[in-house]
Design a protein around this ligand. Sequence first.
Ligand SMILES: [Zn+2]
Length: 377
Amino acid sequence: MGSCDWTPLQAYVSNGSFPAVRNQLLEEWSIYNYIPERRETPADHFFKTFGKFSAAKDVDVRKMLQWTKDNAVGQNIAYMEVMLTGPKGPRFDASLEAQLLAVQEARNATAAAHLLGEVFQTVDAATWKDITDKYLAYGTRVLPPLYVFGGLAVSFMASQASPLVVGVNLVGAETDVTALRDFWLHMQMVRYLRQKYPAVRVALHAGEMTPDLAEPQDLTHHVKDSVTVAMAHRIGHGEDLPFEDDVEGTLKFMLKHGVALEVLLTSNEFVLPQSEGDRHSFPLYFAAGVPMVLSSDDPGILRTSQTEQFMTLAYKYDNVRYADIKAMVLNSIRYSFIKEPQLKARIYSKVQDDLAAFEAEWLSKKAPFYDMRKLLP
Ligand SMILES: [Zn+2]
């Protein structure tokens, strides 16, 4: 597509058709006015948006980040881990792909580590330097295995070397055909890099699946493998847990090793509608006492906010008390990937102060419509 195919938005403003174009863009880029379509699941619609708005991202990334920051400040958010860049991995010898797939077929973890070690030797450490800005770097799980490894390897290198890249994630639809086929290999890749770079922090979306989106055997192990094999420090969604083997073992492992769950209520509602109601996995993690952080996932696409996550949690789960929500707020700093201990301590105590001020204000207030004191511990 040449640049001549682009029409500046200003042209639509001038000819009066901007409101309609705006609606159309919002429908393409988010869940705005979403109407289910045949042959496209809500998850398909959700994951397609990323490719559609990337052109806008390239126009003025500074402005976009500033908007994100202002929006966060308005919601009393003290710290953000922005996922901005999936660095392009290097090009590899294509014959390696067949070898990787063969190792996966045989489920040979030792051979996988050996082969990944060979591939790793060819990754140029300078590649990560073209990351424009910081934060959480990521690999994309729907790509062919060598691309996934390249993206992950470069992300680990970046996080190891730069104080601004606080960790690594693996993004994309977990129920994509390639992502499902190569899940085992992806876990070996993250494990390999975790061992190579023990200081690098990892968050993985894991178990972002429900029975309608994957086969029964796929639902039995993604959370478990993400924490035990890939050794992730945090996992996102975790929705397939009720269908997994050894639920208790996985929960115990998370507790013992302090693996936190990113609770993504609005995201699950849209992307995983089957997880609604009594099928939601939240009560399992909650009852087990797994550390949790409340997250908005992709607030722009989902047209939500951090504030809405608190409201949703409070309305949805009667047994979640103020003390639990407060713990989640503090967890979001405790389980953050901030590298500098002093900075982490400073943000943590700021959040504690904010919470104390909030409690003092509401305890002293005779709220006309609701007695907040009932909510406080
Ligand atoms: Zn997500």
